[in-house]
Design a protein. Sequence first.
Length: 270
Amino acid sequence: MEKKLIAIDLDGTTLNNESKISLKTKDVFKKVRDAGHTVSIVTGRPYRISKQFYQELGLDSPIVNFNGALCHMPANRNWESQYHMTLERDVALDILSLKQHIDIHMICAEVKDSFYADTFYEPNQHFFPEGKNSFTALTPQNLKDNPTSVCLFTTAENQKPITNELIARYGDSIEVRTWGGNTPCLEVVSAGVQKALGVERIADVYGFKQKDIIAFGDEDNDYEMIQYAGHGVVMQNGIEALKNISNDITRHTNDEDGLALYLENYLNLA
């Protein structure tokens, strides 16, 4: 079998419903790497809350964060093939005004290695690994640079009206995506940012043909990646719109080791 580039989403795909990597998944990915395939995490999460999974899986490949806005090599900050796409600072600060008429728990901005938030709110136990002191207040005085993304945490029923408001305000200068599994987040990034950009960059650098790319996902932020991959696989727990464009669907959910079981069978690793 030709060596494959395997692009994996985290929440709702590689991670179970407790936001953990199961022992079965770790075992299968070790077999995958031992067989000579390349595994890359492609996630909406920033690196600060995805690096633990990168390390758990023993990866040394590039990782894609912020839904495709950042592609980098953790062990080499000067990796010549990295890229970083940012959002206009003025847009990020203007988004704060949404709180005046919509109930939003927290608005935060990520600047690659720095994190800014307008208040302290924990969407899950991993979001602030170092507690309340792990962020800087999101203000015009503190935010000096263009951020990689802006995240908005709110109730499920508010997500659609907020998305509509964002598009009405900023038009085609932005993309609005979701990530987070059981604690979904609206993420605003620069126009043109999507996960397939990062997958394509990694494939080009490592010499993978499109037909040898396998991608796994479950939500709308995985759409272009599933569409781009030579073999796009959607989780059993994935959304219908994604299943409709996939090459295959796992028999089991993310909470039943669906990704691991699929790869074990597809790559003949059992």
